[in-house]
Design a protein around this ligand. Structure first.
Ligand code: MSP
Length: 502
């Protein structure tokens, strides 16, 4: 499981956190399934954008990278990312592996010298095609004027891979998900592929081409290779390539589809290396209708949200608010509404009520009873359906399902059964069943929610006297009663409106 590697020319913002959180949810879910999982993230440190900012600040690019990488590592930690390695493309091991890979392509005749000319966006570090340009000659992403550039460099024979890429897409309908992005990649390929320039002559901040040290590799070739090179040195003294390659999932935003869906598989084919199994493409988080980015300055600060509401609340909100795969707006008001209604009231209260009733009516021991039939139907098949959705990276749909069939259903169950009345009327057997059903339902829901909210769910499970996080354990009725429950501080304490602004 991989995230894109982020550019170190800017500070991390919620957009980066979003991808990292989503990848982390999937990685944690795969671990729950018992899959041997390696989760990779990191930073993209070479290229024009970083060199430009460093020059403006009058410092060497490496110094800028060293300074900024700290913020990206911190972002990962703060959002609870469980990555197994953090790659920096300035790592010497990465550089050496890039040189080996590219030299091999050169020796195989897949790279040749040529002259490149075109509209270039320094922020994207990419030449733009005529179709992509907006407002005369502006970058569609950064809204800055593009410059016309011309230089002698080296080209990768992308056009040679037209046929093999078409075959790949014909054979593997789930290579790119969701479907609309698959279609976008196919139509891009069908338009006809041109060779792409893979080195830069003017730039010094990059990995030198071993056959011509006056050039460095174009940052995208260097960056894409991170997914593959990391495995050669992530574990000192051990090469993990055989164990983990091909990657199962590259998770990326829609802005970098072309590189991942066209150039990357072609590079791997050229080298005779297996292509990844799936690319998952998500949309943009918008604030007031515009893509969030450092350059636009319209950024919801994830660090601030975490400080006030906690990591899990941010993770939940990101995965819940915007249907994964689509673009969608986020806002502080929207965040607070979901925090109070869904997290504090629906999940948090359900947990405290259930624990309190077990303590009060049953001395803190989950009754040994039958699983109530009224709930069993709703939970039946739930794990499998969550699995299916996550196989397709439908992170929001999976979460909605857990909420509708689990959390909300359990809340209705409490109201329907009114355990306090059963207690008053001395209907012991029925009360046992209801309390067991609630504890068991909460357990299942918490195992399923664990990848989304690792810390909160672990705390709740511990309070329920449970510790098994395996997905196989998430079957309603699988855990017998008898566990001793413990007290639990509110999972999502009430926060005064507007606290984020403080
Ligand atoms: N360095 C390249 C990627 C190389 S991968 C081999 C790059 N870096 S980036 O810092 O610009 O990060 C881009 C990625 O950040 C997007 O693909 C997306 O995953 C994430 N996002 C950045 N802004 C975002 C939003 N506003 N919304 C959602 N995701 C966003 O491109």
């Amino acid at each position: 499981m991989t995230t894109p590697i982020y550019y170190v020319n800017a500070q991390p913002h919620l957009g980066h956190a979003y991808t990292t959180i989503a990848a982390d949810v999937l990685a944690r879910h795969m671990r729950q399934r018992g899959e041997d999982t390696f989760f990779l993230t990191g930073t993209d440190e070479h290229g024009e954008p970083v060199a430009d900012v460093a020059e403006r600040e009058g410092i060497p690019p490496r110094e800028l990278a060293d300074r900024n990488v700290v913020h990206f590592k911190e972002m990962g930690e703060k959002v609870g990312a469980s990555n197994d390695f953090f790659i920096r493309t300035s790592d010497p091991e990465h550089g050496a592996a890039v040189q080996r890979f590219m030299q091999d392509l050169y020796d195989r005749g897949c790279i040749y010298p040529g002259t490149y000319e075109g509209w270039y966006c320094p922020r994207c570090a990419d030449f733009k095609t005529e179709q992509e340009i907006v407002d005369g000659n502006k970058c569609p992403i950064h809204h800055i004027e593009l410059t016309w550039e011309k230089e002698d460099n080296y080209f990768f024979r992308l056009s040679d891979f037209q046929g093999r890429l078409e075959e790949l897409y014909a054979e593997r309908p789930d290579f790119v998900l969701p479907r609309e992005r698959f279609n976008e990649a196919v139509s891009f390929i069908k338009q006809g592929l041109e060779d792409v320039s893979c080195t830069r002559a003017r730039l010094r901040w990059g990995v030198p081409a071993p056959w011509d040290e006056s050039q460095v590799f174009y940052v995208w070739f260097d960056a894409l290779l991170n997914y593959y090179t990391a495995l050669t040195y992530a574990q000192p003294g051990e090469d993990l390539t055989e164990r983990y390659w091909p990657a199962d999932f590259h998770l990326i935003g829609k802005d970098i589809l072309k590189f991942h869906a066209v150039i990357w598989p072609a590079m791997l084919m050229a080298a005779g290396v297996e292509v990844p199994r799936h690319l998952f493409i998500h949309g943009f988080l918008l604030m007031q209708g515009e893509k969030m980015s450092k350059s636009l300055g319209n950024v919801l600060d994830p660090f601030k949200v975490i400080e006030v509401f906690g990591t899990d609340a941010l993770r939940y909100y990101c995965m819940r608010e915007v249907s994964f795969g689509q673009d969608g707006s986020v806002s502080t008001e929207g965040f607070e509404a979901r925090y109070n209604t869904e997290l504090a009231n629906e999940y948090g209260n359900l947990a405290s009520r259930t624990l309190a009733m077990i303590a009060r009516y049953r001395d803190g021991a989950v009754p040994r009873a039958q699983a109530p039939a009224a709930l069993a139907g709703d939970f039946d098949g739930l794990v499998g359906e969550v699995r299916d959705r996550l196989d397709r990276a439908e992170l929001t749909a999976a979460l909605e399902l857990i909420w509708a069939r689990g959390v909300r259903r359990l809340n209705r169950f409490v109201e329907e059964q009114a355990p306090w009345t059963l207690a008053k009327e001395g209907k012991d057997e029925q009360l046992d069943e209801v309390l067991y059903g609630l504890a068991e339902g909460l357990r299942v829901v918490s195992v399923l929610l664990h990848p989304y909210m690792p810390d909160t769910t672990a705390r709740l499970l511990a309070a329920l006297g449970q510790s098994d996080l395996a997905l196989d354990a998430a079957t309603f009725g699988a855990a017998p009663g008898g566990a001793t429950v413990a007290k639990l501080a509110p999972l999502f304490p009430k926060v005064e409106p507007g606290a984020q602004a403080a």
